[in-house]
Structures are given as C-alpha cells and as structure tokens.
Design a protein around this ligand. Structure first.
Ligand code: MG
Length: 382
C-alpha cells in the first residue's frame, strides 16, 4: 500500500493524482494533503480522502479551512513553510508527490528526501534552483527521485532496460505553445487570454504561461541535466505540436527510443507512483491513422529566447539557474496580473540574469539569497 502525502493537491497535477487514488483505493491511501489558497476545492478533497494532516498557506487560511470543515473529525491543520515540510516528511506516509508550483517546492522536497520517502517530483523549479544539492541529498539518503514531468517520465521510461552509459542524446519535445506560428511582429499584441489558451495540455496558469514562452522547456532542460546526470549539450529540444511523443532518448548505436501516449498527466503520475507496474487508466491510445503524421521542428529561439537563457544558465551554473527561475516567476505573475506585456517576460528575465553577480557552488542559503535578490531586482525592473 502507498501512503501518500500530496503537496499541491488543488493544482492540476494534484487533482489528476487524486483521480488515480479514486480509481485504486486498494493501492493508495492519502495521509497528508496540502494546498495554498483554494479552500473550497481543498475542503471537498479533505472530505473525500480523509487525510490525517493538512497544510495551507498561512494562519488566516488555516482558520478559514477549520471553519469550512464541518465534519466531526477534523484532520490536524498546519500552515506555512514548516507545515509544508511537515506534510512532506509525515511519518504515516511512505511516498510524497511534490506538485506545488514554483520555488516554494524546494524546502518540502528536501524534507521528503531527508525522511527517505519515495519522491515523485512534479515541481521542476526544485531541480532548477538547487539541482546539485537536491540530487546529492537524494544519493546520500538512498532516495530515487521519480520524475512526474511528462518529458522526464518519458526519458526515464526509455532508459529502463538500457545502460545509462550508452545514452548519447535526450530529445525533449515541446508542443510549441499557442504562439508557435505567430509572427514575432505580433508578439507585442498577445493578450493574457491568448496566452492561457494552450493547444494540447490542460494545466495550471503558471505552467501554461511558461509553455507559451517556452520557458517551461527551458526549465525542463535544467531539470533533465540534474535528473539524468547529463551535460546540457546532450539535450536537444524539438517542437512537436501533436504532443504524442512525450520525449525520446538516443543511444550511441544510433537507436532511438520514444515514449508516446495521449497528452494526459495521469500516465506520468501513475508511473512515478507505481512503476514499473502499469496501472489500467482506461486511456485510449492515440489514433495514429486519424492523426496521419507526427511532425517535428527546430524551436525558433529568436521568438522564444527562453531556451537560450536556460542553456546559458546551464553553462554558467552556480546561482544563475535560481535567478533565471525567480525572475521568470516574478515576470509570469506580473503578466497574469496584466502589469506587463508578453515580450516583457523575456526582457525581464534576460535583464535580471545580466545584472546578477553569480556565485559558484552555492549552498542552500546562497541559493535562497540569490532567489530573493532576483525577485527584488525583477520587481524593481517592472
Ligand atoms: Mg513537461
């Protein structure tokens, strides 16, 4: 039996994970759930899955939750950074799904690793910010980090039964987002509504905007470098608008393995939670005959410089990836609040990265300092 802590249960990954729990109550039991602010949805989840520990963003939200839970037996309610870490290391859980958004996922990830849980990682920002520290800590504690990001799950699955040393290239696929075919001259007119309209995947707002800017792929390049211990030069990004090939791995004999399926996150989540066993998710195969063709393109880095930022962050390492990530979080938030335009996202990230004085081999506090510096800098630039 998997006893789960699900961090970020009201987000899109969290909800998909709970769908799987609902399908397989004989395999999964929820012990801890966390959310940030969506108390209405969280209350329903708590009523249905009956966790023993729950965590929300702050004390005010904790009070709101306590009032909203009418049932006689309430779970223990905690809040804030310490609360999230407590949920990640909850003694009654043996597996943790980290599906929070953004930099907030880092500390709970470390808590889950230190308490030797099975870690299913959906929060890519954790590895972008502090990949070296997180992976070293995982090795130290004998914890393997199981990817939930669909591309990384694909790579992980393609590597099964193969020797890591035979791996030559990782082909990360990207849908290209809603603006793949839009001429760059029209980028200045992109509205929030246009950017939130993703062609193939249904996701939360942050990652949907990251997909529209291709920053999501930028973050995933850095995530792959850490997860699979490869050099960034071994990673190629391919635009694949149909989102059927979730990623591919090329070996030194010229052979390529691809993992395919419908664009539905339940596949990657269930593989992280029960792989190598595959659960029957009642999912249809892609209709290849109806699709007719699967297409691939080179990404246009003039339109989407995010990939260049990410490769630069990989080259320079140190605190630069954390700075890139923080500037992106600030920029996306400002765009979602309609305070800046779409191309300002690129400008803001690029300028913040330029202004940063990088520190090599930072420790955790160095990374958190760089993250704070970048947030303040990006805000001042807005
Ligand atoms: Mg992904």
């Amino acid at each position: 039996m998997k006893y789960l802590s699900i961090l970020g249960s009201t987000g899109s990954i969290g909800k998909s994970a709970l769908d799987i729990v609902r399908m397989y109550p004989d395999r999964f039991q929820v012990k801890a759930l966390t959310a940030a602010n969506n108390i209405e949805c969280f209350t329903k989840q708590i009523d249905e899955f009956k966790p023993e520990l729950v965590c929300v963003f702050n004390e005010a939200k904790a009070l709101e939750l306590s009032r909203a839970l009418k049932g006689t037996k309430q779970p223990r309610i905690v809040f804030g950074d310490e609360g999230y870490s407590e949920a990640a290391s909850f003694e009654k859980s043996n597996a943790v799904l980290l599906a929070m958004v953004g930099a907030a996922g880092l500390k709970p990830a470390l808590s889950a690793i230190e308490s030797k849980k099975q870690v299913a990682l959906a929060n890519k920002e954790t590895l972008v910010m502090a990949g070296d520290i997180v992976m070293a800590k995982a090795r130290e504690n004998g914890v393997s980090i199981l990817p939930v990001d669909s591309e990384h799950s694909a790579v992980f699955q393609c590597l099964k039964g193969n020797r890591k040393k035979d791996l030559k290239t990782i082909f990360l696929t990207a849908s290209g987002g809603p603006f793949r075919e839009k001429p760059f001259e029209e980028f200045k007119d992109i509205s929030l509504k246009d950017a939130l309209n993703h062609p193939t995947w249904e996701m939360g707002h942050k990652i949907t905007i990251d997909s529209a800017t291709l920053m999501n792929k930028g973050l995933e390049i850095i995530e792959a470098v850490h997860l699979f211990d490869v050099c960034h030069e071994q990673i190629k990004v391919l635009i694949h608008p149909q989102s059927i090939v979730h990623s591919m791995v090329g070996f030194k004999d010229g052979s390529i393995m691809a993992q395919m399926g419908q664009p539905d996150m339940r596949g990657a989540i269930s593989y992280a939670l029960s792989g190598p066993e595959r659960l029957d998710l009642k999912m249809e195969f892609p209709d290849f005959a109806a699709l007719g063709s699967l297409t691939f393109e080179t990404p246009d880095t003039k339109k989407f410089p995010s990939l260049l930022f990410a490769f630069e962050a990989c080259r320079q390492k140190g605190t630069l990836p954390a700075v890139m990530n923080a500037a992106n979080e600030v920029a996306v938030k400002a765009f979602l609040e309609k305070r800046i335009g779409f191309i300002d996202i690129f400008r803001l990230i690029s300028r913040t990265m330029e202004l940063h004085t990088r520190i090599d081999n930072p420790d955790l506090s160095g990374i958190i300092e760089a993250d704070c510096w970048a947030r303040e800098k990006a805000l001042s630039l807005i």
